[in-house]
Design a protein around this ligand. Sequence first.
Ligand code: 5BU
Length: 264
Amino acid sequence: MSPITLKAYEDRIATHPSPLARRLLKIMTDKKTNLCVSLDVDTKDELLRLADTLGPYVCVFKTHVDTIEDYTYESVIVPLVELSKRHNFLIFEDRKFADIGSTVKSQYTSGIFKIVQWAHITNAHALPGPGIVDGLCAGTKDISEERGLLLLAEMSSSGSLATGDYTDKTVDLARRNKLFTFGFIAQNRLGADDEDFIIMTPGVGLDDKGDGLGQQYRTVDDAVSGGSDIIIVGRGIFAKGRDAVAESKRYREAGWKAYTARVK
Ligand code: 5BU
């Protein structure tokens, strides 16, 4: 198979149908980074410390806000949004919605998390069908800032059922609303070149092969040369004993080098 070549991030800004994707591509171009760090920590202090120190190296921070033990909206979300402005990154709440439209709309907009208020990006399983996208999109109605959705087309975990026909149907689902659904969580390039879906890829690690609980790691080169636009890295950067700043710089450089090698 010949290697994938794609247009530069910069050249995709003007033509992308999604306002959120245009903003993201601009951040990536300006900061020269295609690194998303997954902030999978248990406390607000750790989350905010990493967001502040690693902010300059990333285009996106991904959160699992429901795992923060001392979470309150005021003490976690308010300062995180402030940091996103200071360091110019987007926030991606990895919520993996998976219910009917009416329920996901409430989960997206209400409760203690109010995800739509602060997460520029969130994601959803395609399993329930079109209603999940419609419900989430309806949840953005009163929000003036850009919001975008990624569908889970493939997963990094061993034995994932999101393959073949399921993945193809997920791509079809995204085609129904490209202003909001701007891309996929995936391991491969998906959709036609001119559709320009943004591919974000978890399961990237330079030093480990897995975590003993099903996670599988690929190298940065492997992911980006295979068509990933943004690499998502968690424990490879901040696991115990790792220097998170040094590792962020390392992954950012590796990601940018692999990207420049595939630009048309
Ligand atoms: P890690 O520490 O780099 O393994 O963290 C990966 C993160 O990406 C973690 O937050 C997962 O929930 C998330 N993830 C994933 O690993 N694989 C997937 O297919 C999806 C999300 Br979708």
